[in-house]
Write a protein that binds this ligand. Structure first.
Ligand code: SF4
Length: 329
């Protein structure tokens, strides 16, 4: 591993100042970055450890819309087990518990979870072509091993998927990411935080180089009673999702008043199904309704040599998750 400098500032401003120098990376739990450094995939000159910043709180905020603010340094385990999250945002708690082993959840932070990088094997092997790791070198997965890869929103430059479970739930819950940088504080709608690969797969998100995630803010909602996170993976112990579904329904008198659906393992970012959400509104919360939306959900999907099974697995997972959320499974 390349030698690097390590600093542990105590103020946000010091972190932002440090980030303006090229080759500087933030470290918090380190559960992904340390691996990437060991593999030589990322070789920062300087690590800025942000663990001394006061960004661990989870709090309810009263405003025009009541929200829950989750500090960027809150541990995944702390969020998953927090009484308020379990009661008001059970979908988030379920996704976090599906995401990793207890050991990893005790190290990984909310901010780091958002910033984790794809687990595409070509990205991790520095001897192989990968446009995300080395722009212009090609995409090994396009004609190679692509069983885990995307079926929505991919480009000819990259077909990788985002690995986070937590991010899928946050996408469904219409979260906002609060960031601070040289230009001050700004709020990024969750749907705009992660990017599609397009011509620049080396960019995973829309965070500027000098910006630090400070909080993730989730609006309160009427979905707590009828939400469900379903993750399909190769083995029952911890593995990344082949396909996952975060669904949240607002049901009144057996009819769907509102719906939120995001899926993981299918795109470079958590993939929202806005058309399906619209189609579900006003319909009875029944197996028949859910089975009818499969075709609509798969519009625009494209598979590769080894991941065609996702064309069937994706709608099947979605229908199953909706049935669980509606408590008819
Ligand atoms: Fe690299 Fe993306 Fe292609 Fe994987 S899918 S090899 S991450 S460019």
């Amino acid at each position: 591993m390349k030698q690097f400098q390590y600093v542990r500032p105590t103020s946000q401003q010091s972190v932002i100042d440090a980030l303006t120098k090229p080759g500087t990376k933030i470290i918090a739990g380190g559960s992904n970055l340390v691996d990437l450094m060991k593999h030589g995939v990322m070789s920062p000159d300087k690590l800025v450890d942000i663990n001394k910043l006061p960004l661990r709180d989870i709090s309810s905020i009263m405003g025009n819309v009541r929200t829950i603010a989750i500090g960027a340094l809150a541990l995944n385990s702390q969020v998953a087990e927090h009484a308020m999250i379990k009661e008001r945002l059970p979908l988030l708690s379920q996704a976090l518990n599906a995401g990793a082993s207890a050991q990893l959840r005790n190290m990984a932070t909310v901010g780091g979870n958002l910033m984790q990088r794809t687990r595409c094997p070509y990205f991790y092997d520095t001897a192989l072509p990968c446009n995300k790791r080395n722009p212009g070198s090609g995409c090994g997965a396009l004609e190679g091993f692509n069983r885990m890869h995307a079926i929505f929103g991919q480009s000819e430059k990259c077909i990788a998927v985002h690995p986070s479970d937590m991010a899928v739930a946050l996408a469904a819950l219409d979260a906002t990411v609060e960031v601070v940088g040289k230009k001050g504080r700004r709020y990024i709608a969750f749907k705009d935080f992660h990017r599609l690969p397009g011509d620049h797969p080396e960019l995973d998100n829309t965070l500027a180089k000098d910006e630090l995630i400070t909080n993730v803010i989730v609006p309160e909602n009427n979905f707590a009673k009828n939400s469900y996170y379903l993750k399909v993976r190769d083995r029952a112990s911890y593995a990344f999702a082949l396909v996952s579904a975060a669904v949240a329904l607002d049901i009144d008198n057996g009819r769907i008043q509102d719906a939120r659906i995001a899926m993981g393992g299918v795109a470079h970012k958590p993939w929202r199904f806005y058309e399906v959400e619209k189609a579900l509104k006003g319909k009875p919360a029944s197996t028949e309704t859910f089975e009818q939306i499969g075709e609509l959900a798969m519009q625009g999907a494209k598979a590769y040599k080894e991941n065609a099974f996702k064309l069937k697995l994706t709608p099947a997972t979605l229908v199953e998750a909706l049935k669980h959320a509606a408590r008819i499974a």
